[in-house]
Design a protein around this ligand. Structure first.
Ligand SMILES: [Zn+2]
Length: 438
């Protein structure tokens, strides 16, 4: 591998990368906040803008059959399998500027930095079209298409105006019948690497710019129902009351207590400590009949459960279900749980974790300390891509762990280190691949 000295001048700096993220804020459904959903005019505009940067970085661009923006440069010989770098260009409503977009901008910058470097694979950059699921309520549509996991049932999904996904495809100029053409095959791919803001406070708490991801958690979600008996609020003495909301309150507190018990007090500082524990969230509760003078007869709750491994998560659920059933029994209440979502954890491939670790090791992030590994509590495009390629992820510190909010912020020094680490990780993959074949 050789780098021409003249390439050095073309390196996109951290400041330029951050400016590009700010520029993408302009492609929004609203002049007052950032919202960029799938198959909208903003989606088209952002693809066109990022394609210009891709071309400037030496990539040949296309929009695939699912609206993903793809850039590619060939390796030492044309037609080699590709190392894919990417993230998403869509946003939640009232989004920050970095969730997804920073990963795409960094991928383009790394392609630009490596323009004069011969690689033993093709290099591709994906700007995924839909990760957040903002418009159709189904996340990862872009990367599910790229990984060959498109489900024909999704065509009937509707946005808030009643437009189906099928209609939206046609209005965007895509042919629904050809969505399968977006699918990549495992033998076309060397691996998938994604840079992303952490969307949590752990790197900041550890005073680190960067971390490598060990695995992406797969959530399980449940609808929990506590059933008692609705009766007159004044006329029913305590020994006759079967109050579903009081039972549900105890259910919520117990869920938190059990999940918290998996987090030892010294975990944040322990080696690999950020890599353990279960996170459980009750985000919604509905009470019926919901009157001030009636004892609640029924409460429906949501539960979202995540852990680094499916085994830890499932063991916690078994424990929760037993305790919650017992506490409701003791109050004369019925406890039922119905699962409505389950995703498998997506472990990062050890060899790509090592490449990211090697990349971080070339920076001055915390001197000689070993890079920090952590599991991703949030879902990412990498989860979908894991179906067709080994995956690895680089996390960047974000301010106060804030994300999915306009207050999302990153420091230029972290982006500078992130760019160096991401570039070095790609070179490490090249070194490993070259070694494999010699
Ligand atoms: Zn994201």
């Amino acid at each position: 591998m050789t780098t021409r000295p003249s390439e050095v001048a073309e390196r996109t700096s951290a400041a330029e990368a951050l400016e590009r993220c700010s520029e993408l804020d302009l492609f929004s459904a609203s002049p007052h906040h950032l919202e960029r959903a799938y198959l909208t005019p903003e989606h088209r505009a952002v693809n066109e803008r990022v394609a210009v940067w891709m071309e400037r970085a030496g990539l040949t661009t296309r929009v695939d059959a699912a609206g993903n923006l793809v850039g590619r440069r060939e390796g030492a010989t044309p037609g080699l399998p590709a190392l894919v770098l990417g993230s998403h260009l869509d946003t939640v409503p009232d989004a920050g500027s970095y969730d997804g977009m920073l990963g795409v901008v960094m991928a383009v910058a790394v392609a630009e930095r490596l323009r004069g470097t011969a690689l033993p694979f093709a290099l591709e950059v994906y700007g995924f079209s839909d990760e957040e699921g903002t418009r159709f309520g189904k996340a990862l549509l872009g990367s599910q298409a790229a990984s060959g996991q498109w489900d024909p049932d999704w065509w009937d999904l509707r946005d808030k105006n009643g437009t189906t996904l099928h209609q939206a495809f046609k209005e965007f100029g895509l042919d629904p019948a050809r969505v399968g053409e977006a699918a990549r095959q495992p033998d076309e791919l060397v691996g998938y690497l994604e840079a992303h803001i952490e969307q949590g406070p752990q790197l900041e708490a550890a005073d680190r710019s960067l971390g490598y991801v060990t695995t992406i958690a797969g959530a399980r979600r449940f609808r929990l129902t506590v059933t008692g008996e609705a009766r007159h609020a004044g006329g029913t003495p305590y020994d006759r009351r079967r109050d579903a909301l009081v039972g549900a309150s105890e259910v919520i507190a117990t869920i938190e207590r059990l999940a918290r018990s998996t987090w030892a007090a010294d975990d944040a500082s322990a080696e690999g400590g950020a890599d353990r524990g279960v996170i459980a969230t009750v985000g919604r509760i509905e009470v019926s009949p919901g009157a001030v003078n009636v004892i609640p007869g029924r409460a429906d709750l949501s539960l979202d459960l995540r852990a680094a491994t499916d085994e830890e998560r499932d063991a916690m659920w078994d424990r929760m279900e037993a305790e919650l059933t017992a506490l409701c029994d003791a109050r004369g209440l019925r406890f039922e749980a119905r699962e409505n979502h389950r995703a498998f954890a997506a472990p990062c491939a050890p060899w790509l974790q090592q490449a990211v670790v090697a990349g971080i090791g070339t920076t001055d992030d915390r001197g000689a300390d070993a890079p920090m590994g952590l599991w991703s509590r949030a879902g990412h495009d990498a989860m979908a891509m894991a179906a067709v390629a080994d995956i690895g992820m680089l996390f960047l510190r974000c301010f106060d762990g804030i994300s999915h909010h306009p207050g999302e912020d990153v420091r230029a020094i972290d982006v500078a280190r992130g760019l160096d680490a991401f570039e070095a990780a790609v070179l490490e993959v090249a070194r490993v691949r070259a070694g494999d074949r010699s």
